[in-house]
Design a protein around this ligand. Structure first.
Ligand code: DGT
Ligand code: CA
Ligand code: CA
Ligand code: ZN
Length: 586
């Protein structure tokens, strides 16, 4: 039983309670417990075994009972009781952006809507807009959210899929006779979401592998089976394709099933021009003789190319770059020396102390860490006075730590709707690292939003533009803004753009990274940690950067601290400057 499954169960109970109008306290208790389990450093099943569950802060005796029952039986009475009261179609409505439990309950009870289709119909026919607190605009927004919901349905974020892929690969490797096992497909290309898993095994005894596969832990149903392949669905809903290959074909299959389709087509076309045929079994010459297949790099060599990293295989110019000897030397996680966006317990939604963050960062081998808590306009955010105090605490702690790691005093300052920053210039200019982000009024027009960001960058106080598009994968679309214009101004102002490595954000996207690089703008890869364990998430950002063709030199937090400080030093300026209208400075 994975912690994520328990988190999902608690969240589902909370949603169901809210839909059935039960006590808001109960709802909140389940949400809080879900949060606690989500950040547990140990398997929740282990705590159940030791009877330590009820000792956790935020987990009451009732909740502990539900979890214990769920871990043992895969469900619990309370969940089943509530599921009996709410149609499953109503629960699906919650997965549509901008439809929360309140809206879902409203349309269900007032209009009898129990499916996504019915909701869409009601939105298009105008029935929806007649509900209290709904209106035409809201109703239109829901109709377009339904369209987006349909297009992404069934895709799983990479960080959710990865543990299942790794676990299955380990278990496949342990089957007698298996020589190699690997995950291919979009997961190997580290795409931000995956449709299904594609696992490859080399073995001289495929029957044995195909027979063992559906019995592995976590598998719910066998969907299809042949002599060398099998498709199953996992309990968590993910579909998995397995292929078993003879070792002489493993490299060719790995290449073929890694894709992408566009990349494969480009490779096949190139091979045809050379009188060769490439398929999942190998590379063959005109007489049908095998010239490669066992190793992936031999497949590339056979068509006259160096090995291309999976993250680049999207058919977006990687063959041309490889041919010209101009493949980028992609950034690696080890290249990152520090993290420039980290929340401490001074942010109301974060939980670790400076010391906890510092020691975790040391454990991950980071040499510097910027503490960037929230500013005034966020709930309980820091105002100027509290930030001055916080700054001194950080400086003091930095002294104590003696460089293991170095702490930078920073802030994640809100970009207010008019483009000004949420704190005074004086304290902002004292800070080592100012990350500026949009957290409100996402519904501006593209022109307004672009102007808002441009103004913020032109204050001359910003080092990094945080999570530039505001999107949350699978739940919130990016706000519209003119990326090219923002890049132009970022370049002019020497502001870096963030690749936020929180796995739900991954913002900038891979494509935007590539555009930033072409525009001559530097990036940073930051964890946006809200507790010490999140510091590990940098790897997700590194994968986005690699998919965006970035090299270590494109990313500022690969620099040693002294060079980073030089980069972040601000030009001296007169104190009155900031009182002029934004955008009038040289
Ligand atoms: P996904 O699962 O939607 O996230 O994306 P992929 O890339 O994992 O796609 P999937 O699972 O349908 O297939 C895995 C790989 O197999 C794909 O990247 C390339 C290869 N492949 C699948 N179908 C075709 C095809 O019709 N032609 C070619 N050339 N390759 C294919
Ligand atoms: Ca796939
Ligand atoms: Ca597949
Ligand atoms: Zn933020």
């Amino acid at each position: 039983m994975e912690n994520a499954e328990v988190v999902a169960m608690l969240g589902e109970i909370a949603d169901l309670l809210e839909l059935t109008d039960e006590n808001p306290f109960k709802v909140r208790a389940y949400r809080r417990a879900a949060q606690v389990v989500d950040t547990l450093p140990v398997p929740v099943a282990e705590l159940v075994r030791k009877g330590e569950l009820a000792g956790l802060p935020g987990v009451g005796t009732h909740t502990a009972e539900r979890i214990t029952q769920f871990v043992g039986a895969g469900t619990c009475d309370e969940l089943e009781r509530l599921r009996g009261k709410v149609p499953s179609g109503v629960m699906e409505l919650l997965r549509i952006e901008s439809v929360g439990p309140k809206t879902a309950a409203l349309v269900w009870k007032q209009l009898g809507i129990t499916s996504v289709d019915a909701l869409e119909e009601a939105a298009l026919s105008g029935r929806l807009s007649e509900l209290p607190r709904m209106g035409a605009k809201r109703s239109e927004a829901i109709a377009s959210a339904v369209t987006r919901h349909r297009s992404r349905k069934g895709r799983v974020p990479l960080h959710r899929a990865l543990p299942y892929a790794e676990d299955l690969v380990d278990r496949l490797r342990a089957i007698p006779g298996v020589k190699q096992a690997m995950a291919a497909g979009s997961l190997r290309r580290r795409k931000e979401t995956v449709g299904d898993l594609d696992l490859l095994v080399s073995s001289t005894n495929p029957e044995r592998v195909v027979a063992a596969f559906p019995k592995l832990p976590g598998v719910a149903t066998l969907l299809a089976q042949g002599p060398t392949k099998s498709t199953v669905r996992l309990r968590v809903g993910l579909q998995v394709d397995l292929r078993v290959l003879h070792p002489e074909s493993f490299g060719a299959a790995l290449h073929y099933f890694t894709g992408s389709k566009a990349h494969n087509i480009a490779v096949r076309t190139r091979a045809l021009h050379r009188g060769l045929k490439v398929n999942e079994y190998g590379v063959f010459d005109a007489k049908g003789r095998r010239i490669a297949g066992e190793r992936e790099e031999d497949v590339f060599r056979a068509v006259g190319l160096p090995w291309i990293p999976p993250e680049l295989r999207e058919g977006l110019g990687e063959l041309e770059a490889a041919e010209a000897g101009r493949l980028p030397e992609l950034i690696e996680e080890e290249d990152l020396r520090g993290d420039l966006h980290v929340h401490s317990e001074a942010s109301s939604d974060a939980s670790s102390s400076l010391l906890e963050l510092a020691s975790a960062a040391r454990g991950f081998g980071r040499s510097y860490l910027a503490i960037t808590d929230h500013s005034r306009s966020r709930p309980l955010g820091l105002d100027d006075a509290r930030l001055w105090e916080h700054l001194h605490t950080i400086r003091w702690m930095d002294q104590e730590l003696r460089g293991r790691p170095h702490l930078l005093a920073g802030i994640e300052v809100d970009i207010l709707p008019n483009g000004s920053l949420d704190l005074g210039d004086e304290v902002l200019s004292e800070l080592d690292c100012v990350v500026a982000s949009v957290h409100s009024r996402f519904n501006m027009s593209s022109e307004e939003m672009t102007e808002r960001i441009v103004r913020a960058l032109r204050t001359g106080l910003v080092h990094v533009l945080g999570h530039p598009s505001g999107r949350l994968i699978g739940s919130r679309d990016p706000y519209p803004y003119d990326l090219e214009r923002v890049l132009e101004v970022a370049r002019e102002q020497g502001v870096a753009l963030e690749v936020n490595a929180q796995p739900e954000r991954l913002d900038l996207t891979d494509q935007a990274c590539r555009l930033a690089k072409q525009a001559g703008v530097k990036l940073v890869i930051s964890s946006d940690s809200h507790n010490a364990q999140h510091l590990e998430n940098l790897r997700y950002g590194v994968w986005v950067a690699r998919r965006g063709w970035l090299e270590a030199g494109d990313v500022l937090n690969t620099l040693p601290l002294s060079e980073l400080r030089r980069r972040f030093r601000r030009p001296r300026r007169a104190p009155s400057w900031s009182h002029e209208a934004p955008g009038t400075s040289p």
